[in-house]
Write a protein that binds this ligand. Structure first.
Ligand SMILES: Cc1cc2nc3c(=O)[nH]c(=O)nc-3n(C[C@H](O)[C@H](O)[C@H](O)COP(=O)(O)O)c2cc1C
Ligand code: SF4
Length: 328
């Protein structure tokens, strides 16, 4: 099933393997792209994967995140256009991941409970502006980053969101408003996905919360939900033993939604990927396995079922450049 194409309106992916957003840290301090980034994405696009979710793009200059790409002004559109072209050259679709990592006002970082209604409106507008830039740059869609402890995921987290307004009464409200603001500017021929946590290390987001959020977004007709968790990068994964650590809650999510669900986290073998598709996931997303072997998708699609070489040692998390130690 991995080789089956995906047809969702104008969004036509040649297969069901996705490269999950993976920060390279290759962008310069101001988040501008360079040849190293274009080469990395060229190698990935030529490796057989059907869709690439580009590493996280910040929606504002929040100071704290050096070497993260930024999609926060129109003068970045040409860089993103070049990146989209590199990805399209491999007959691959390009998704930009939008992230309001945090919110800084007058030098102070504000958390969920501190934000005024005007601040929230600014955050929503930042997402719409980022999506418009991605579309103008030739991307095929965007993914809203609402996982991994960043600001939007904190709205969903009962340990951070104690608001008494509509954003606290229903913690999903901000996601709905971000989604609608993006839809208003990009129209219907552009994919809008979201990345969510199935669970969270501080237990502020439970599997049950995740199901409710997914149902809310599915009812709004979100394009797809990619299911992750916090912490996202789990060690000790062994093929055929403990793969797919978001699958159990993902299966529960699929019982409540009608939108496509994408599984990420700890998938290391062709057999597991095929089984996940058989069980109903729309596509399989891989991060570390493609750091190790950008051409793994092509290998699996050609029938070579050798498992991923990734040992889940997690050295790539701390390496400068986030490269795989096996490729040194
Ligand atoms: C080096 C590295 C960088 C990552 N950067 C991002 C990122 O920019 N955005 C994101 O949503 N997840 C990021 N992740 C998490 C992955 O997308 C993925 O959710 C996680 O690694 C689990 O998938 P895997 O088992 O296939 O690696 C990163 C993971 C790694 C290892
Ligand atoms: S450094 Fe370790 S965890 Fe990261 S991609 Fe390589 S083998 Fe996998």
């Amino acid at each position: 099933m991995l080789s089956y194409s995906v047809h969702r309106g104008n969004f036509i992916a040649k297969n069901r393997l996705i490269r999950s957003a993976t920060l390279t840290h290759y962008a310069d301090k101001e988040g501008h792209f360079n040849d190293k980034i274009y080469e990395t994405y060229h190698d990935l696009a030529m490796g057989g994967v059907g869709t690439i979710i580009v590493e996280v793009s910040l929606l504002n200059n929040c100071g704290a995140y050096e070497h993260f790409p930024r999609i926060d002004s129109d003068d970045r559109i040409s860089e993103y256009n070049k990146l989209a072209s590199v990805i399209h050259e491999g007959d691959c679709l390009a998704i930009a991941q939008l992230n309001q990592a945090n919110y800084v006002k007058n030098g102070d970082e504000l958390d969920v409970d501190d934000l005024s209604t005007d601040d929230i409106e600014q955050i929503i507008k930042n997402h719409a502006d980022g999506a418009r830039r991605a579309k103008e740059a030739g991307f095929d869609g965007v993914e809203i980053h609402a996982a991994h402890g960043f600001l939007l995921s904190r709205f969903l987290n009962s340990n951070y969101n104690h608001r008494s307004d509509k954003y606290g009464e229903d913690k999903n409200t901000i996601l709905g408003e971000v989604f609608m603001a993006i839809r208003d500017v990009v129209g219907y021929d552009f994919a809008i996905w979201i990345k969510l946590d199935t669970k969270n290390e501080d237990c502020g987001i439970t599997g049950n919360d995740c199901v409710k959020t997914c149902k809310y977004l599915s009812d709004m007709q979100i394009g797809a939900i990619e299911l992750s968790c916090t912490p996202a990068i789990v060690g000790g994964i062994k093929a055929h033993e403990n793969e797919g650590y978001n699958k159990e809650i993902g299966m529960e999510v699929m019982r409540h939604v009608y939108c496509p669900v994408i599984l990420v986290g700890g998938i290391r073998s062709l057999e597991e990927a095929e089984e996940d598709l058989f069980d109903g996931f729309e596509a399989i997303s891989l991060s570390r396995p493609l750091l190790c072997e950008p051409d793994l998708p092509g290998r699996w699609l050609s029938g070579d079922n050798t498992q991923s070489k990734c040992t889940s040692c997690n050295s790539c998390r701390s390496n400068p450049g986030h490269g795989c130690i096996l490729n040194k």
